[in-house]
Each structure stands twice: as structure tokens, then as C-alpha cells.
Write a protein of this length. Structure first.
Length: 274
């Protein structure tokens, strides 16, 4: 039987990633079976990933880096796969977030994607997309986790987050998931360049009840607003629509608790979840 034809690594990011995995494996003198044994994955999965028939997970990339002693090469390349396999609007958002100097995000009912834990994101996605397959749900979780690498850059954007109190009280995934998520938020308040503020219920009605807002600001370029609902997502660039929403976010901050008080508020809510 003739040997299988090698995949052209220039055809896609997935093909390049798979070819790099194969190159590193062969440099160690290992077969696919040997790599599978050392990583505790199946030989068939290794083959599918090397031929770009299946996208690797971050855990797979991490494990391969460990056993192949690559210094993290495969994990560094891994986020590019998520950009390639995501819908066009997600790729656009990825690129814009990486170019933005400041992100201002108000959320009415859920934790922003950049600050979600994997368990919280999974519970939220499964509930919101009941007809998706398990594979489709996991692909969405992978994309969301990839977006969060933005905050681990040496020069991340400044992130301002406003959360309605409902975000802290809605039981997404159960008590354990919520406690872990609020603990994650609390840790985020201690990171430089991240400000998280809570709008408590007792302020009553406010302009943010109409829905979430994400404003992206750039150096030397106009602001852009990202809007999303159950059916679609859109990027707004027309100043006639962007400016009022940007001003609305700034106005909402007057209803919010200061950063330190917000952190204490989150911690108090966190301790109610078991």
C-alpha cells in the first residue's frame, strides 16, 4: 500500500499545525502510536489531527508540548486554529479585540466571555444551544477560551467591565460552577488593567436594562460597538450609532459601585454559593 500523501501545510492553519506536530514527532523518532501512548490519546486522533481532519484541543496541544519537549510551540500556535474555524464575525471580533487599546463591556445577565470559566461557559452554551451536538458545543467553548489569551499578553488592552447584580445571582451551572466563576471574577479584580464594577439591584431602572454593550476603542481610529442577540451578531461602525452607545456605557458607570466595593460585593455573593 502506498504511503499516505503528506498534507500541504500551506492550505490552512490546521494543516500547518498538523504538519508541525508530525515534524516534531518524527524528530523524536516516534510513530503516531508512540505519541498516542505517551499522551494518553488514541492513535486515530493523532492521525486525524496531523491530517487536519480534526482540530486539536488546548489540552491536547499542552500534552504534546510536554512529551515532545517543545517549549510550548504547539500551544502558541493553537489559538490561530480557533480564528480560522470560527464564523467570520467571530474572526473579526478576535482581530479587533487584539488591536483595541480599551474594551468597555456591560453585561446584564451573564459574565462576559473574556472572564468566563470553562465550566460556566459550557453550562451557558449548552443551555443556550439545546439542539447543538456535544462536538459543536465543545468547539464553541474552545473558541471562547482562546479569546481569553488576549488578557495574558504582556500588553493587554485596558478592560472595563460593568455587571448588573443579576449576573452574580443567576445560577448558571449550579452552585459549584457559580462559586468558581465568582472566585475567578474576584481574582480578575486584582489584575492590572482590569476594572470590574457591579450595578446593584437597588439602583432601580437604568439604561442598561435594554441589553449588553461592548465598546472597542483604538489608537487613532474611531470606536466600534459589538452587539449580539440570540440570532445574530453585528459590528457597528457608524458614529451615529456608536457614539450614543459609547456614551451610554460611560453613563452607566455612575450607577455602579466603585472597584473596591464591587470586589467586596462579588465576594459576598460568592460565599452564598456552595
Amino acid at each position: 500500500m502506498p504511503a499516505p500523501k503528506e498534507l500541504d501545510p500551506s492550505t490552512s492553519v490546521s494543516a500547518y499545525w498538523g504538519s508541525e506536530l508530525r515534524r516534531l514527532r518524527e524528530a523524536m523518532g516516534w510513530s503516531q502510536q508512540e505519541l498516542a501512548r505517551r499522551t494518553s490519546y488514541s492513535t486515530s486522533l493523532v492521525g486525524l489531527i496531523e491530517t487536519a481532519a480534526r482540530a486539536p484541543t488546548r489540552k491536547f496541544a499542552q500534552r504534546c508540548d510536554e512529551v515532545l519537549e517543545t517549549g510550548g510551540t504547539l500551544v502558541k500556535l493553537w489559538p490561530l486554529i480557533g480564528r480560522e474555524s470560527s464564523p467570520a464575525w467571530v474572526r473579526s471580533l478576535f482581530e479587533l479585540e487584539w488591536e483595541a487599546r480599551t474594551l468597555r463591556n456591560y453585561q446584564l445577565s451573564v459574565v462576559p466571555g473574556l472572564l468566563q470559566t470553562e465550566d460556566y461557559a459550557r453550562a451557558l452554551t449548552r443551555a443556550g444551544r439545546p439542539f447543538d451536538t456535544e462536538k459543536e458545543v465543545e468547539e464553541m467553548i474552545t473558541v471562547r477560551m482562546q479569546r481569553q489569551r488576549l488578557l495574558d499578553r504582556p500588553d493587554p488592552p485596558i478592560l472595563f467591565v460593568l455587571l448588573d447584580e443579576a449576573v452574580l445571582t443567576r445560577p448558571i451551572g449550579g452552585g459549584g460552577v457559580m462559586r468558581g466563576q465568582l472566585e475567578h471574577l474576584l481574582k480578575a479584580t486584582m489584575r492590572p488593567r482590569i476594572t470590574i464594577q457591579v450595578i446593584p439591584f437597588d439602583v432601580g431602572a437604568h439604561a442598561g436594562l435594554a441589553g449588553p454593550i461592548l465598546v472597542l476603542s483604538f489608537k487613532g481610529a474611531p470606536d466600534i460597538v459589538y452587539m449580539e442577540n440570540a440570532e445574530a451578531a453585528q459590528l457597528l461602525v457608524d458614529p451615529a450609532r456608536v457614539d450614543p452607545l459609547s456614551a451610554q456605557f460611560d453613563a452607566l458607570r455612575s450607577y455602579a459601585l466603585p472597584q473596591a466595593a464591587s470586589a467586596a460585593f462579588i465576594e459576598k455573593r460568592m460565599n452564598t454559593w456552595t
